[in-house]
Design a protein around this ligand. Structure first.
Ligand code: HEC
Length: 163
């Protein structure tokens, strides 16, 4: 392959790549403004949801429906652990999806406790995950600085220069 062909191929793949990127590089999701600490706290809870789903799948694979119920129960309480300051500002539809997820986890726990029906439990997990994806497709968090005077100071204080 000569140099020119190489260059043309590179240029063509570059165009295709940038064309592909231009679609996924756009983030049209609705931004919810959060302060850095609020964001950390919420994302911590989000990662707990992922850990919980892992635990649930693991328990299902072991056929341990009691463990499924045990993991699923507290997972419905995620929204209640969001900082109060954020909960007041969350859009209505965000809250609705969170509440629906809450009920779905409670239902999963009930299925696992009562009948232990594996197929019904799988269906319930699929429903739960429509809320995970639905919300992630719609919203994103945007970190904003605390408003001076209204929120605690966030900058790390350097003990050597602090007066
Ligand atoms: C009501 C809305 C909502 C629901 C329901 C929801 N999430 Fe999230 N989650 C978010 C938002 C918003 C973000 C931040 C996305 C961003 O800013 O790009 C996020 C971020 C995450 C992250 C990234 C955490 C990090 O450290 O960056 C994980 C993991 C996650 N969610 C898991 C889940 C799982 C698993 C479920 C379902 C069991 C779930 N979420 C349900 C709104 C939601």
């Amino acid at each position: 392959m000569n140099r020119l062909v190489c260059c043309l191929l590179l240029a063509a793949s570059g165009t295709a790549w940038s064309a592909g990127v231009s679609y996924t590089a756009l983030d049209n999701r609705i931004a919810i403004e959060v302060a850095p600490r609020e964001r950390n706290q919420i994302l911590y809870e989000m990662r707990e949801l992922l850990h919980g789903l892992h635990g649930i799948h693991h328990a299902m694979a072991q056929g341990d429906m009691k463990a499924v119920a045990k993991v699923a129960r507290p997972m419905g309480e995620t929204m209640n652990r969001f900082p109060d300051s954020v909960r007041d500002r969350l859009p209505e539809a965000f809250m609705q999806m969170g509440l629906a997820m809450h009920e779905s986890f409670a239902e999963l726990a009930k299925i696992a406790e009562n009948k232990g029906d594996v197929r019904a439990a799988h269906e319930q997990i699929a429903e739960i995950m429509t809320y995970c994806s639905g919300c992630h497709d719609t919203y994103r968090f945007e970190q904003v600085a605390y408003k001076a005077g209204k929120r605690p100071r966030l900058e790390p204080v350097n003990p050597y220069t602090a007066k």
